[in-house]
Design a protein around this ligand. Structure first.
Ligand SMILES: *Cc1c(COP(=O)(O)O)cnc(C)c1O
Length: 458
């Protein structure tokens, strides 16, 4: 079936009649009409009206190699012809998940040489939660099962993902979260640092909240701490440099496992294969998904550290968990082709040495002085722009998040797709962006900010 036979209006009507969207107010959507994206190439996406947009979000934090990669399409096509599906249950597997596991072990941080597959970040966080609790049970300590997470964390949208995450709106709609998960403060200096408190001291204090939670519950009751190296959906919250080393020290001190959620930061975004390497974190599990296939296929991989893997293997017994599509041969073929592109084009090094630093410089120079910008911050190719009414006091515009939506709509009109989370604009572009693409983005966002300011100050 070709969609070209349908007008935008027809597609919107059908969408409104039959399609319930993720994270959407449907009353609002059906009034506004759905934006239909029909094709994409390199860093650009195109809607049904032919408008070209520079994609500042790499789809949804995932299309790291950009759009239109024939090598990924061909990998899928060849694999589908050869063997479209077979499972990895019952002492079986297929070649591509096996070879991908080897490749992943090669690029993984030290000590994380085994993977468990799923089809999404949420699924792999579910796996991580169950695996960590299973580990302590096998160690004869089933009561060591509490997980510490953070407010505004995003760990996906299944029941386990939403429970691990720290989004209160999601908790309210859950009708009962997975028990045994607590949430502590996030390392978000822009809003939470005390007057006069240095970034360093704030980072230590935010880590101390984890220690307090451990002491509160008793270390013999705490299984693990889970965190995104940089909180993504929560607003690209980049912790002070003092934070992660202190978190690591605390976890070691109380024998609490460290679970990293690198669903966004994995596969090059921070200028190393994993943010664990950028920040020197030694984790027991690392959840990855999104950029593993650059979004061309749904696939996730949970890296399992040697300590947990050894217990699982040595103690034996079945881990009663797994998904039909775990290690899907087509998705794994695409992941192999994707990692090949990232390697051949040197995209990880390019982010670290060239585009990451340039991204910071260009956004800061073009945007930091704008009247409604409270802060510009970046790490690798992730960026955030805080929208404020008053640059000095950091007072926000009334109606939480409303100002950022005004900025976003102007940005889209300027040919720039970026996202608003609360009062923060966020960026997570494909790793193929060049200095020229970054300049184009900075210019378009600058115009959008000027137009939004004129609207907001009316
Ligand atoms: C997107 C995301 C998830 C969830 O991944 P899905 O594939 O949407 O299930 C989990 N953790 C983080 C940090 C994410 O950004």
């Amino acid at each position: 079936m070709t969609y070209q036979n349908f007008s935008l209006k027809q597609l919107q009507e059908i969408d409104a009649a039959h399609h319930l969207h993720p994270f959407t107010d449907h009353k609002d959507l059906r009034n506004a009409g759905t934006r239909i994206i029909t094709r994409a190439n390199g860093p650009f996406i195109y809607d049904s009206e032919g408008n070209e947009l520079l994609d500042g979000m790499a789809g949804l934090w995932c299309v790291n190699v950009g759009y239109g990669r024939h090598e990924l399409a061909e990998a899928a096509y060849e694999q589908m012809k050869e063997l479209p599906y077979y499972n990895s249950f019952f002492r079986c597997s297929t070649p591509t998940p096996v070879l991908l596991a080897k490749k992943l072990a090669e690029i993984a941080p030290e000590g994380l040489s085994q993977v468990f597959y799923g089809s999404s970040g949420s699924e792999s966080n579910d796996t991580a939660l169950r695996l960590v609790r299973h580990y302590w049970a096998l160690e004869g300590r089933p009561e060591k099962n509490l997980i510490i997470s953070r407010k505004m964390a995003y760990h996906g949208s299944t029941v386990a993902g939403a429970s691990l995450g720290g989004m209160t709106g999601m908790h309210e709609q859950l009708g009962g979260a997975v028990p045994g998960i607590v949430h502590v403060m996030m390392p978000y200096a822009f809003e939470l640092a005390l007057p006069g408190e240095s970034e360093h001291d704030f980072g230590i204090r935010a880590a101390k909240a984890i220690e307090d939670a451990i002491l509160d519950a008793g270390a013999d009751k705490v299984a693990a701490f889970i965190g995104e190296p940089i909180q993504g959906a929560g607003g690209v919250k980049i912790p002070p440099a003092s934070y992660w080393p202190e978190v690591q020290r605390i976890c070691r001190k109380y024998d609490v496992l460290l679970m990293l959620d690198e669903v966004i930061t994995g596969y090059g975004r921070t200028g190393e294969w994993f943010a664990a390497q950028s920040m020197g974190i030694e984790a027991d599990t690392i959840t990855t998904a999104k950029a593993l296939t650059s979004g061309y296929q749904p696939l996730s991989a949970l890296f399992v550290g040697d300590r947990i893997a050894k217990t699982i293997v040595d103690k034996g017994g079945e881990f009663y968990h797994g998904y039909t599509y775990a290690g899907h041969p087509v998705a794994c073929a695409v992941a192999l082709a994707n990692l090949d592109v990232i390697e051949k084009e040197g995209l990880v090094d390019r982010v670290r040495e060239e585009t990451g630093p340039y991204f910071r410089k260009a956004l800061t120079e073009a945007l930091a002085d704008k009247g409604i910008v409270g802060q510009v911050r970046t790490f690798g190719l992730m960026g955030a722009i805080e929208i404020v009414k008053d640059k000095e006091t950091r007072e926000r515009f009334p109606g939480e998040g409303a100002a950022a939506v005004v900025v976003r709509d102007h940005a889209i009109a300027q040919g720039m797709m970026l996202r608003a989370t609360g009062d923060t604009m966020i960026l997570s572009p494909p790793l193929i962006w060049t200095k020229e693409t970054i300049d184009m983005a900075a210019e378009r966002i600058g115009k959008a900010l000027d137009l939004a300011e004129a609207d907001l100050r009316k």
